[in-house]
Design a protein around this ligand. Structure first.
Ligand SMILES: CC(C)(COP(=O)(O)OP(=O)(O)OC[C@H]1O[C@@H](n2cnc3c(N)ncnc32)[C@H](O)[C@@H]1OP(=O)(O)O)[C@@H](O)C(=O)NCCC(=O)NCCS
Length: 159
């Protein structure tokens, strides 16, 4: 686990990845507060309790700093920023059956463009994860000596 740095002022354009998702029948959009319970349940089912807590923080901000991928009426992915620390991107996840269709790239770029629009110049991708994916999609680079970063001393379940 390491953090990565992204230049938000040099992001790839959002339109092509959004168009690709539309062609797959997937909508990428900002989440809205009435969906919070549904999104948190879905994350608990597919991923980790720590991600539920982080997404809860994103869902409680205004504007909400969580983006979702929706296919039909079904949630198939999410991404968040400003959860554990300001300027931090993550967590994000796509359901296993949806992976490989560009949805992760679209969710990542939607959040990063949103961060730039909110006034950030650089983004930090916290505690990755798939380094090659982040480098490929947004040119993120590893921040040396960034483990465990802002997560130091975090309480964890003892299951
Ligand atoms: C990482 C994740 C979000 C990627 O979602 P996805 O929808 O499958 O990704 P995409 O289809 O948008 O992939 C875009 C590109 O990145 C590549 N890629 C995807 N996952 C990758 C990985 N783990 N490592 C390296 N490259 C990866 C794809 O091959 C694709 O390349 P292409 O454009 O040349 O075809 C998804 O695998 C996931 O939810 N993983 C589990 C949760 C997780 O690790 N989240 C990140 C926590 S830091």
């Amino acid at each position: 686990m390491t953090d990565m740095l992204v230049k938000l002022y040099q992001l790839p354009p959002l339109t092509p990845v959004m168009q690709q998702q539309t062609e797959h029948g997937i909508t990428i959009r900002r989440a809205i507060p009435p969906e919070k319970h549904h999104i948190l349940d879905w994350i608990r089912q597919h991923f980790y309790d720590t991600w539920v807590s982080e997404c809860d923080a994103a869902m409680s901000r205004m504007p909400v700093s969580c983006w979702v991928a929706v296919e039909g009426q079904k949630l198939v992915g999410f991404s968040c920023y400003d959860t554990t620390a300001k300027g931090f991107f993550g967590p994000m996840g796509v359901s296993e059956i949806t992976r490989g269709r560009g949805t992760g790239a679209a969710l990542l770029l939607a959040c990063l463009h949103d961060m730039y629009a909110q006034g950030y110049g650089y983004g930090i991708i916290g505690g990755v994860g798939p380094i090659d994916f982040y480098n490929k999609i947004c040119g993120a680079t590893v921040i040396p000596d960034s483990t465990p970063s802002v997560y130091s001393g975090m309480l964890e379940s003892s299951e």
